[in-house]
Design a protein around this ligand. Structure first.
Ligand code: NA7
Length: 537
């Protein structure tokens, strides 16, 4: 316990991609900054999610910092989609290159952040009782940081081992000779399935909702690929910045309904295979996410692929997403050999929508109908309290002692996804109300960090002590975020984008869907107009 809070210009909570770049940027302004990180090492999401097969679903050439050309020329990615260990190595490389570690305090979980109205400063206290006093409190806490805890009664009596995808043992898990049960078929479950199946005696995949998955078409880069990418890196980044999601993905500007069946199938095939797979499918036509008939064509195409790939027709049918789940409205999974894995003799698929899992016994998982699945290992790939979980896990108190968790009880409310009315001098990076998870999040992070750094530089130059979003500006922004979402098909799905995966969480569409260029224009104009919608005190 330390009674005298350490004074800082800014405290950044989290040492993932956002926290590291924010630290670097504020240090360049000459600010005294400290990063507090709960984990024993840096990397955020990429520190925790070490499950077998963990990869980013955004291509490595895009999912990397662009702020320093020397950095992007020096670092070479080995694959189109980087694995978790490679991304973590990159994060460490960046931290070393910019000498970031000296201002990062590891193993430090923040318990509370309390705003002092008299001084316009934040008192940030860790779970260990250490206190920090800072003008700015910056949440770089990540969108997928709080795992959804397994809810099965009896798990404490299970004699085997169980793991969550986001809290994976560093030494790995030996699946050899084991009967493994995997719960969850989102991105994590889909990536893990082929890897576990390759080693386990038997893998049972418990599926509640079949989601769409498209092949990554991952490839190892040759030295020529790397050289070519580096030679054109500036151009790639510039083009990526102007795309809807901030990735270098070429979008087709036709409606799926304006072309005939042959042309449509050709385009889908091209995206599925020829053009390189992954999220390219989402850009096959310009109206897939806004027009139900167009979207349904993409859904049909994927269902056709599943039926072609999976030999057993009952399993194939079960793996096919239902028609009431529009394509891409739950995060599209990007896989390597996911559907193929169900042709292995040691893999079975169980429909836990029809017969839900209700409890664990000493040796099995049991469904509602009383059927037991004997297991040695249970893997939970059951997702996260996304976008708001990590911020709400901290006892954040703003003006008048109001708790952020209360203010957000009906869903997150922010101005521009960056600030919250009633919580001056607190900022969220890539938070709810910004493009964040619907974009290349590293690009979104850079956009936020650059904007905020300039804002704080201006505040310092102008002698501004406090920056606070206006309630009216926030209300308008929240309405705009909702309107933008409601123009799309996204709100139809029970996805984590809406908080629908968490029992009791308010159903509110959290990310801003209108795309990176539109969002950048708005935040740039806000700044150009002297931070319109903020009160500078
Ligand atoms: P997701 O995408 O939230 O997926 C979680 C999965 O777990 C999903 O299939 C859920 O089914 C399933 N789930 C959750 N609880 C249960 C229970 N009780 N029984 C059966 N199945 C359950 O999390 P991921 O970790 O895969 O991915 C998160 C993001 O990380 C991803 O989108 C990428 O951005 C990277 P449901 O669909 O809710 O029926």
């Amino acid at each position: 316990m330390n009674d005298t809070p350490h004074p800082y210009d800014a405290i950044i909570i989290g040492a993932g991609f956002a926290g590291l770049y924010q630290l670097h940027s504020l240090r360049r302004l000459g600010m005294k900054v400290r990063v507090l990180e709960a984990a024993q090492d840096i990397g955020g999401t990429w520190f925790w999610n070490r499950y077998p097969g963990a990869r980013c679903d955004v291509e490595s050439l895009d999912y990397s910092y662009s702020f320093d050309n020397a950095l992007q020329q020096e670092w070479s990615w080995s694959e189109r989609y980087a694995t978790q260990p490679e991304i973590l190595r990159y994060v460490h490389h960046v931290a070393d290159r910019f000498d970031l570690r000296r201002d990062i305090q590891l193993g430090t979980r923040v318990a509370s952040a309390v705003f002092n109205e008299a001084t316009s400063r934040w008192l940030i206290t860790t779970q260990a009782g250490e206190a920090f006093d800072a003008q700015y409190c910056i949440m770089a806490t990540g969108c997928l940081s709080i795992p959804q805890a397994p809810q099965f009664p009896g798990l404490e009596n299970f004699k085997g081992h169980w793991y969550h995808s986001a809290d994976w043992p560093h030494e790995g898990v030996d699946f050899r000779g084991k009967r493994v049960g995997l719960i969850g078929t989102g991105s994590s479950g889909v990536q893990m399935t082929p890897e576990i199946a390759a080693h386990a005696d038997h893998l049972t995949v418990f599926q509640r909702t079949a989601n769409y998955s498209v092949p990554a078409q991952n490839e190892v880069f040759t030295p020529e690929d790397v050289a070519q990418a580096k030679a054109n890196y500036g151009g790639r980044r510039a083009r990526a910045r102007e795309t809807h999601t901030g990735h270098y993905l070429i979008a087709n500007d036709k409606s799926a309904m304006e072309v005939n069946d042959e042309e449509r199938t050709k385009e889908f095939e091209f995206r599925w295979r020829g053009a390189g797979g992954g999220f390219r499918m989402l850009r096959a036509f310009n109206d897939l996410m806004v027009n139900k008939p167009s979207n349904e064509k993409a859904g049909e195409f994927v269902r056709g692929k599943i039926r072609q790939t999976v030999i057993d027709p009952v399993t194939a049918n079960l793996l096919c997403p239902k028609e009431d789940l529009p394509f891409g409205t739950k995060r599209l999974c990007v896989d390597t050999d996911y559907y193929e894995t169900f042709n292995r003799p040691n893999v079975s698929l169980v429909d836990v929508k029809a017969d839900p899992l209700v409890q664990a016994t000493a040796t099995s998982l049991r469904t509602q109908s009383g059927k037991d699945y004997p297991l040695d290992i249970i893997v939970f790939a059951t997702g996260f309290d996304a976008m708001t979980g990590a911020v709400k896990a901290i006892d954040v108190r703003g003006r008048g002692g109001q708790r952020l968790a209360d203010t957000w009880a009906g869903g997150p409310r922010t101005y521009l996804g960056l600030a919250v009315a009633g919580f001056p001098n607190m900022f969220i990076l890539a938070g709810p109300g910004s493009p964040s998870v619907l974009s290349n999040v590293v690009h979104s992070i850079e956009l936020h960090v650059d904007w905020l750094t300039q804002c704080l530089a201006n505040a310092r130059a102008g002698g501004v002590k406090s920056i606070e979003a206006l309630q009216s500006a926030q209300d308008q922004w929240v309405e705009h975020v909702n309107e933008a979402a409601n123009r799309t098909l996204y709100p139809i799905a029970n996805s984590w984008y809406l908080g629908a995966n968490m029992p009791g969480k308010a159903r509110v569409f959290m990310p801003y869907v209108a795309g990176i260029p539109a969002y950048r224009k708005i935040v740039t104009e806000v700044a150009d107009k002297g931070y319109e919608g903020f009160v500078l005190g």
